[in-house]
Design a protein around this ligand. Structure first.
Ligand code: SF4
Ligand code: SF4
Length: 453
C-alpha cells in the first residue's frame, strides 16, 4: 500500500472510529467533559446531536436546485480550502453531492483535488459550481480559455454551473463577454447552467449591495443558481432574495450561514496552551485583555442558555437556514473530518423552538458585535477608504472559521488602507452603522489579529 493510500485509509479509519464512538462521546459532551479538539479550531468533533448513533454518517435530505431540476444535498461543500482528496472522498461518501468551488481557490489546487476524485465517481451524481472573477479587461475568449482550464483541472467534460464570482455591481452582472462565452460553452456542452455569487461590499468600485445585485440577477433571467449570504443575524436581504428566487425558480445555495464568532474558542485555546505549559505569545495576552469583557459575556450567555458547547450554537445556526423552505443547499466550509461529521449530522434537521430562543438571545447579546456580512453601508463615510466589511470578513475567517492562515494572507494582500488607520480617527463609520456595531474598536482589533501587530 502506498503512503498516500495508507494516509487515506487511516483517515477513513479515524472517521469510522469516531462514528463508532459517536454515542459514547456525545454522552461525554452532554456531561461537559468533551471540549475543543483543536487549539484554535472551528468545530469540535461533536455538534449538539453528535454523529448519528446508527453509525451511518449520511445526508438525509435532498432538495431540487430550482430550475436545474438537480436534487442536491441540503448540506453542500464550501470547498474554499479542500485540497485533501481523502477528505473529499469522505464528503462524497457521506452523500454530499453539491460542490461549490472556484478557479482561484488555493490557486487552482481545489479544482485539481476535486478532479482527482471526480474521475473515479459517477459524474452525473454530483453537481459542481465553479466561479470566475471578472476583471476589467475580460474578453469572451479569455473567459472561454479560463473555463477550459477549469474543465482540465476538474478532469470532466462539463461544469454544471459556471458562476460570476462576486460581481460587485449590476453592470458587472451583465458583462456581455461573460454571457456570450457561457452561451458558446453551453452550445458545446461544456457548461449547463449560469450563476453568480455575492457577499456584498466590494470597496474597489462604487459598491452595490448584495440585495441589489442578486435581485437584478433574478430579473435578468439568465441566472439559474446563486450563492449568497443568509443567516439568523443577517436575515432581511437574504429573505428578500429567497422570495424573488422562488418566484423565478432559481437555485439557492448559501454561504456565511453561521455568523457566530465564538470568542471563547480563543480563550479555550489559550487555556489549553497554559495547561500544556506552552509560552503564550504577548500578542494573545494583549488580545485577551481586550476581549475579556466579551468572553465574560459569552460565559454568562452559555450558562443562561444551558449550553455545554458553543457548537450547539453553530448547529442551531445551520438548522435555522435549513428550516427556510426556499433554501436548497447550505455550503459551509468543510476543512476536516470533525467539521464533516458535525455538518452531515445536521442534514434533514429543523430548528427547534428552544434553539430559536437561543439564537434570538444570542442576537440580542452579540448582535452589536456582528459586522453584517454583505453590508458595507458605512464604507462611503470613511475618509481613508478603509474596506470595513472586507476586513471584518477576513476577521470572521480567522475567528469563526478557524482559517487563520487564509485570513492573514488575504489581509496582507489587501490593496487598500488597512485598519491601523482606525487607531487615530474620529470614527465616522461607527456613527453611520445602523446596527450600532462598535466598528472602530473591532477594526483595530481585527488589524491586530490579522497582522499579529
Ligand atoms: S459596521 Fe455596520 S454599517 Fe459598517 S459594514 Fe458593518 S454592519 Fe454594515
Ligand atoms: S475608524 Fe476611521 S479610518 Fe477606520 S474605517 Fe472608520 S472612518 Fe475609516
Amino acid at each position: 500500500m502506498s503512503k498516500k493510500e495508507k494516509s487515506k485509509e487511516s483517515n477513513r479509519e479515524g472517521l469510522s472510529r469516531r462514528r463508532f464512538l459517536g454515542g459514547a462521546l456525545a454522552s461525554l459532551a452532554g456531561a461537559g467533559l468533551y471540549g475543543q479538539d483543536k487549539v484554535f479550531g472551528t468545530a469540535s468533533s461533536l455538534g449538539s446531536n453528535g454523529p448519528s448513533n446508527d453509525g451511518e454518517l449520511k445526508i438525509k435530505e435532498f432538495r431540487t436546485l430550482g430550475r436545474t431540476g438537480f436534487k442536491v444535498s441540503d448540506i453542500g461543500l464550501g470547498s474554499g480550502e479542500t485540497t485533501d482528496p481523502a477528505l473529499l472522498e469522505a464528503v462524497l461518501d457521506a452523500g454530499i453531492n453539491y460542490i461549490d468551488t472556484a478557479e482561484n481557490y488555493v490557486r487552482g489546487q481545489v479544482e485539481s483535488t476535486i478532479g482527482s476524485v471526480l474521475k473515479k465517481r459517477n459524474r452525473k451524481s454530483i453537481f459542481i459550481s465553479t466561479k470566475l472573477g471578472l476583471g476589467r479587461k475580460v474578453t469572451k475568449e479569455s473567459i472561454i480559455k479560463r473555463a477550459n482550464k477549469c474543465l482540465e483541472r476538474l478532469q470532466t467534460d462539463y461544469i454544471d454551473c459556471l458562476m460570476i464570482h462576486m460581481p460587485s455591481t449590476v453592470e458587472a452582472l451583465k458583462t456581455e463577454e461573460f454571457h456570450s462565452a457561457v452561451a458558446e460553452l453551453k452550445t458545446e456542452g461544456k457548461v449547463r447552467f449560469c450563476g453568480l455569487s455575492n457577499h456584498g461590499s466590494q470597496w474597489q468600485e462604487v459598491p452595490e449591495t448584495m440585495e441589489k445585485v442578486c435581485l437584478a440577477a433574478a430579473e435578468d433571467g439568465r441566472f439559474d443558481v446563486a450563492l449568497f449570504v443568509y443567516n439568523f443575524m443577517q436575515r432581511d436581504m437574504g429573505e428578500k432574495i429567497l422570495k424573488a428566487y422562488k418566484e423565478k425558480n432559481i437555485g439557492t445555495t448559501l454561504m456565511k450561514t453561521n455568523p457566530a464568532a465564538t470568542y471563547n474558542r480563543m480563550k479555550a485555546g489559550i487555556d489549553k496552551m497554559k495547561e500544556e505549559g506552552k509560552k503564550i505569545p504577548d500578542f494573545y495576552n494583549k488580545l485577551m485583555d481586550r476581549l475579556k469583557a466579551r468572553v465574560d459575556q459569552a460565559e454568562a450567555f452559555k450558562k443562561e442558555q444551558g449550553l455545554t458547547s458553543f457548537d450547539q450554537l453553530r448547529d442551531a445556526a445551520i438548522k435555522f437556514v435549513l428550516s427556510h423552505p426556499g433554501v436548497h443547499s447550505a455550503c459551509p466550509t468543510i476543512g476536516n473530518y470533525s467539521q464533516l461529521e458535525a455538518y452531515v449530522a445536521l442534514s434533514g434537521k429543523k430548528l427547534e423552538p428552544k434553539e430559536a430562543k437561543m439564537l434570538s438571545a444570542y442576537k440580542s447579546t452579540y448582535g452589536q458585535f456582528y459586522c453584517r456580512h454583505a453590508c458595507g453601508e458605512c464604507e462611503s463615510r470613511c475618509p481613508r477608504g478603509v474596506p470595513v466589511n472586507t476586513i471584518m470578513r477576513y476577521n470572521h475567517y480567522f475567528e469563526a472559521q478557524g482559517r487563520e492562515k487564509t485570513a492573514m494572507v488575504k489581509y496582507a494582500a489587501l490593496q487598500a488602507n488597512k485598519a491601523d488607520n482606525c487607531l487615530n480617527c474620529s470614527g465616522n463609520c461607527e456613527r453611520a452603522c445602523p446596527y450600532g456595531v462598535p466598528i472602530q474598536g473591532l477594526l483595530a482589533l481585527a488589524h491586530q489579529t490579522l497582522s499579529l501587530a
